[in-house]
Ligand binder design. Structure first.
Ligand code: 2RA
Length: 337
């Protein structure tokens, strides 16, 4: 099994290296790719150094079985043919292919079989906030169909990449040392001591692209007609996203039913004892694999609705881990070239 990581120097690329090592992913050979900026850098994987090669339109992917790509939508679009030409499965982390009818959009806890039908050799990894939400809501949808979802997200700097995490740390340092922030590059406004109610570009309906991803991708992954209305907000935590979710089901559900379903759900950890200050927070979920859920309660405004709070590591389950789990499923089902 030969594995490629495209975008190896980025936050998600680096997480791929850690997760593949931790999970003892069955690979015999590894090849790293990157842009002009990162080509030539070396990264260690299980005691051996690997040099990042420049991603080019050539035959470098000839022997590759699985390519994990996290290099942005434009690069994914431009290099997809090069990557898949000789039969490699491309598991892409960008939003470029997610809504294409001939590209499956997969969360292994929910719709792993979709990964088996990939006419273009591409499988899309969903948006981070969507992955974490559907891992929690799908087991509830099985109790009673979820018709509507309202969500407010609290997304850490990590969602905008390694340089954004550095920028947030720099901004806090500048505030302490100079009393004002001068470094504002990755975010549209100062993030330190602030929250920004915009993630990704604004679309003509005044929802952001991130919010529309939550609407569209949730339907595709869950094979559902559910409607999701989101406000996605950047907050000044460093790593791990959180979400406050309200959902309306066809029949009213009790909190006990929901807790029972979630306590058995794969990839989910219940942390729900609010009377004793027990609920999940991003500081704890950072670096962990599961999505943590708490504050489960009835919605006071609607008998058929409940509400909950969740948090999960956007770089792991929201990106690299989900992609690696897809690859593990393909290997388990003998579905790699
Ligand atoms: C973020 N990239 O900006 C993520 C959203 N998908 O948080």
């Amino acid at each position: 099994m030969k594995v490629a990581i495209v975008g190896a120097s980025g936050a998600v690329g680096q997480e791929f290296l850690r997760i593949l090592a931790e999970r003892n992913f069955p690979l015999d050979d590894l090849v790293l790719f990157g842009s002009h900026r990162s080509a030539g850098r070396k990264y260690n994987f299980k005691g051996k150094d690997y040099e990042v090669k420049l991603l080019q339109k050539n035959d470098d992917f000839k022997d590759v079985d699985i390519a994990f790509t996290s290099a942005g939508g434009d690069t994914a679009g431009e290099f997809a043919d090069t990557i898949t030409k000789y039969g490699a499965v491309m598991i892409d982390n960008s939003s470029h292919f997610r809504m294409d009818n001939d590209v499956p959009l997969v969360v292994p806890e929910i719709n792993p079989e979709d990964a088996l039908n990939r006419p273009r050799g591409i499988i899309a990894n969903p948006n981070c906030t969507t992955i974490m939400m559907v891992v929690v809501l799908n087991p509830i949808d099985k109790l009673s169909h979820i018709k509507k979802i309202h969500i407010a997200s609290y997304q850490s700097a990590s969602g905008a990449g390694a340089s954004a995490m550095k920028e947030l740390q720099e901004q806090y340092k500048e505030m302490v040392e100079d009393g004002k922030v001068t470094t504002i590059k990755k975010f549209p406004h100062q993030l330190a001591y602030n929250v920004i109610p915009q993630i990704d570009k604004m679309t003509p309906n005044d929802y952001t692209k991130e919010e529309m991803k939550m609407y569209n991708e949730t339907r595709k992954i869950m094979h559902s007609d559910v409607r999701t209305s989101a406000t996605c907000v950047r907050v000044s935590s460093l790593r791990s996203h959180s979400e406050s979710v309200w959902f309306e089901t066809e029949r009213p559900l009790s909190v006990e039913e929901i807790r029972k379903a979630l306590s058995k759900a794969p990839g989910v950890q219940l942390k729900d004892d609010p009377q004793h200050y027990v609920y999940p927070m991003p500081l704890e979920s950072a670096g962990k694999d599961d999505v943590y859920v708490g504050r489960i309660r009835k919605d006071l405004a609607d008998d058929n609705s409940c509400t909950l709070w969740l948090t999960g590591d956007q770089i792991r389950k929201g990106a690299a881990l989900n992609a690696v789990q897809i690859a593990e499923y393909l290997i388990k089902t003998g579905n790699v070239k």
